[in-house]
Design a protein around this ligand. Structure first.
Ligand SMILES: [Zn+2]
Length: 398
């Protein structure tokens, strides 16, 4: 017994001697992914330059997803020179520890024509919007000495319009591995209850992250954001947020956040011990899948064995919780339908793009003896339909 007590004491002493910095690297830690989209380089640069002066103790590493790289006055190439050039300002932000990432060449969404988020248009989208933006960023500025351009590791989809097939196309044809979508804001739900924007650093791989907006239009006030940061701190989770403009007093924009509000959020996150993660360091990314566009060129029904019915649980009032399982079938949403009308969803659930998993979906008004199917979709494209199954045995009413 004495031996074990000595061992225990030794272990306690050893743990006490491990420097805090080493412990922090090896344990789960809550954090914040702060990201900014589009082309508001002057505002981003002004805000973070000033913050560095007023609060040098904070390392507020953020990620700037930049669009319109080459074109028009929004872009980087605007004939501004020296320290007034957007390009130079982005270089200075990068030197200060921020991540400069990609957001499309012309800010065209994947849901726009001719892509329509169709599975068989994913490569065309990448060729037209993603690749040229990356090439322009890598080109650098010929006027600068020792300039090597930007090599983005991360991409955020304009308007958050993405699907698994677009993720795959980017990952297989570019060097970009870290993808961000956006959450369809639910104004009735507090930010702290929006599970989709939280993840844990060490638990899993993620095919992409989604963020929620903190611009004015998203109606998340400072108190609500602070509560959301409290959750991240308490649970050692990472929260992903995004904004566009940074507004000075007197300025207003739906797609902007007041500088004072942003500063208060950053100071609060720091006070709660949250780490500011650059986007490409915030999560372990899941590799692309080998799935192609369904079983045939029309989007098809895929392999029915890749999605299977596993149980039905009576929840009362003719509602049944239907358990499903899918394998090697990355999809965004699964719905339940009558086998006779597979396109008409009776109930559905978001699956978050995982390649394999299980889910329970509550189906109301279940009819005895009637065949149902489960349909997996990526964007608006059906990628697999299960074999028909019966939820409730018996004879259907005449
Ligand atoms: Zn954008």
């Amino acid at each position: 017994m004495q031996y074990f007590l000595n061992r225990l004491l030794y272990l306690i002493l050893l743990l006490g001697l491990v420097p805090a910095s080493v412990m922090a690297e090896t344990t789960q830690r809550g954090g914040i992914v702060l990201s900014f989209d589009d082309w508001f380089v002057d505002q981003w640069h002004g805000f973070f330059t000033e913050l560095k002066t007023t609060n040098p103790e904070i390392e507020p590493y953020s990620t700037f997803f930049v669009s319109h790289w080459l074109t028009d006055i929004k872009g980087v190439n605007q004939n501004r020179v020296g320290n007034e050039s957007h390009y130079v300002k982005l270089k200075q932000l990068e030197d200060a520890g921020h991540e400069i990432a990609a957001h499309g060449l012309n800010h065209i969404g994947a849901r726009a024509a001719p892509y329509n988020l169709a599975c068989d248009q994913a490569n065309a989208y990448v060729t037209a919007e993603v690749q040229p933006g990356l090439a322009a960023m890598a080109q650098g500025d010929p006027g600068l000495a020792n300039d090597y351009g930007f090599i983005p590791k991360s991409f955020s989809y304009p308007y958050g319009e993405r699907s698994t097939f677009y993720d795959n196309a980017i990952k297989t044809t570019t060097g970009v591995r870290y993808l961000r979508g956006t959450f369809d804001t639910d104004f009735t739900k507090p930010l702290k209850n929006t599970d989709a924007i939280y993840h844990r650093v060490t638990d899993a791989n993620y095919p992409y992250l989604i963020g929620d907006g903190i611009d004015s239009v998203y109606q998340n006030d400072v108190a609500e954001v602070k509560e959301a940061l409290d959750r991240a701190s308490t649970n050692d989770e990472v929260i992903t947020l995004y904004a566009h403009r940074i507004l000075m007093p007197g300025e207003s924009s739906n797609y902007g956040i007041q500088a004072a509000k942003l500063k208060e959020i950053i100071l609060y996150a720091h006070s709660k011990g949250l780490k500011f993660y650059r986007f490409n360091e915030a999560f372990a990314e899941a590799p692309e899948t080998m799935d192609t566009c369904g079983g045939n060129s029309g989007g098809g029904s895929g392999d029915p064995n890749s999605i299977t019915f596993s149980y039905a649980e009576d929840k009362g009032n003719n509602t049944y919780r239907v358990g499903l399982q899918w394998t090697n079938l990355p999809n965004d949403v699964i719905h339940i339908a009558l086998a006779s009308q597979p396109a008409t969803a009776l109930a559905n659930a978001s699956t978050g793009g995982a390649a394999s998993g299980r889910i329970g979906i509550n189906v109301p008004n279940v009819v005895a003896g009637t065949a149902y199917v489960a349909v997996a979709k990526s964007g608006s494209t059906t990628i697999a339909t299960s074999a028909p199954f019966i939820i409730l045995a018996g004879n259907s009413s005449p």
